[in-house]
Design a protein around this ligand. Structure first.
Ligand code: ZN
Length: 132
């Protein structure tokens, strides 16, 4: 998985992919905020002091029969402009903006998997035939 897939697959912007962990029938994608993307959720100021993280798990659309979670260390920051200490809300707002599409998957559990397999086979055949 790549940072590009975070955006195109899950609609997550401003975060980098770290690793994938598979255990107990679950897939966990770990992500982290992109550097320089942090700002105060109240005044929008960029002059921040880091005050630790809280790891949160967000359940998202399953892959096949496996539950998928996105693990994110939510950064706590102290704004030096307004002196507020807050958790960043950007990720929660991103999920909220895509909630309709994500929840639609539970009503209509269709997948483009078979189509992707066919496209992958066609591209593999083209590559193995060296363009013929
Ligand atoms: Zn502020």
């Amino acid at each position: 998985m790549s940072t590009s897939l975070l955006y195109h697959g899950f609609g997550i912007q401003g975060y980098h992919y770290v690793r994938t962990t598979c255990n107990d029938g679950q897939v966990i994608f770990s992500i982290k905020p992109a550097p320089f993307s942090l700002c105060c959720p109240i005044c929008g100021g960029k002059d921040l002091k880091h005050r630790g993280t809280i790891t949160r798990m967000f359940k998202t659309v399953p892959i096949g029969a496996k539950a998928v979670f996105i693990q994110l260390p939510v950064q706590r920051v102290q704004c030096l402009c307004c002196n507020a200490i807050r958790q960043l809300k950007k990720f929660a707002n991103t999920l909220a903006s895509h909630a309709f599409g994500i929840l639609n998957h539970y009503d209509y559990p269709i997948s483009t998997g078979p189509l992707e397999v066919t496209n992958n086979k066609i591209k593999t055949l083209q590559r193995q035939a060296y363009g013929f």
